[in-house]
Design a protein around this ligand. Structure first.
Ligand code: B12
Ligand code: SF4
Length: 246
């Protein structure tokens, strides 16, 4: 299964984001660790839109997963349209925090995005589990969007292409021990970024007990804080310190 995961940034007049693509690297490292079906996973990460375009011109992926943050949403959609124009069979998947939190808003949002086949529902913090669920279903359902859409998939939402119905698969369980997610640094997924001058990022904990009205981290299911162990965080910090450009 060929999967492209892209957390794109505008990079012409200025950089819209200058950090390593931690969210999609987590998806990749988690899928590599827990995808148990007898099918090789070929996952590539993309940070620059030019690199993604060149890769799409070269070979179309089965799944194109795009991060949506406030600063790259339109860019992600543009690339989804490009991928669909090259090969309509490429399944486009959207994830990230720039996604509405309530089901009714999610439906309205998705109905405006015909280029997006599937999306990870909010709260988006356990994208790893939702992503693993969708690639398992894709493998079991004969590599087709129609196969995926036969039944709801936990953590995912979509507009059914045939019936037009909005479908939601329910929330995934929070990850209580964040060490369940292997380190993308120690597994080498971040190595290409040490040469870029971008800033490395780490997650030490997830969740927030507060409820600020303007913030999408304030949903109830996100109210408990879960963390990585000190040992894992320390190992990441040492790995980064030994490699990052001064
Ligand atoms: C670190 C951080 C920053 C850093 C780095 C930002 C960056 N470019 O990534 C700094 C300090 C620079 C920053 C600045 C800003 N930030 Co900030 N930041 C965060 C923070 C605290 C953590 C982000 C993170 O790395 N998380 C860890 C990774 C693993 O999680 P993740 O990226 O969300 O990815 C997971 C899921 O979203 C999902 N997912 C992500 N991509 C994809 C793709 C696919 C295909 C799938 C299936 C799933 C998926 O799965 C991943 C694994 O679970 C979040 C709040 C939070 N707790 O998440 C806010 C947050 C991302 N920031 C936010 C905002 C608004 C900003 C600013 C615009 C604020 C401002 N007004 O200036 C600026 C601009 C940022 C920029 N242009 O780069 C908002 C974004 C909201 C939105 N609608 O997009 C957030 C969500 C805060 C909030 N709760 O509102 N920020
Ligand atoms: S803005 Fe409020 S709800 Fe959002 S992360 Fe900060 S304290 Fe938590």
């Amino acid at each position: 299964m060929r999967i492209f995961l892209a957390d794109l940034g505008h990079n012409q007049l200025t950089f819209s984001s200058d950090v390593y693509p931690l969210g999609i690297a987590n998806l990749a490292v988690y899928a590599q660790a827990y995808f148990e079906l007898r099918e090789p996973l070929d996952i590539k990460l993309f940070r620059e839109p030019q690199d993604l375009k060149a890769a799409l011109d070269d070979a179309t992926p089965d799944i194109l997963g795009l991060s949506s943050y406030a600063w790259n949403h339109e860019l992600a959609l543009q690339c989804a349209r490009y991928a669909k124009a090259r090969d309509p069979k490429t399944v486009t998947l959207l994830g990230g925090p720039n996604f509405p939190l309530t089901l009714s808003e999610q439906e309205t949002f998705l109905r405006q995005l015909p280029e997006i086949d599937l999306a990870v529902r909010g709260p988006t913090y356990e994208g790893e589990r939702a992503f693993l669920n969708i690639i398992r279903r894709f493998a079991q359902a004969g590599h087709t969007l129609m196969g995926i859409q036969e039944e709801p998939v936990p953590g995912n939402v979509w507009i059914n292409k045939q019936t037009g119905a909005f479908v939601h698969g329910g929330e995934v369980e929070r990850i209580h021990d964040l060490d369940e997610i292997p380190s993308p640094y120690l597994k080498g997924w971040m190595d290409p970024y040490f040469a870029t001058g971008y800033f490395p990022m780490l997650t030490m904990a997830r969740g927030c007990p507060f409820t600020c009205a303007f913030c999408n981290s304030s949903v109830k299911s996100n109210s408990r804080i879960y963390r990585h162990s000190i040992e894992n965080t320390k190992a990441d910090l040492i790995y980064i310190a030994e490699r990052v450009r001064a």
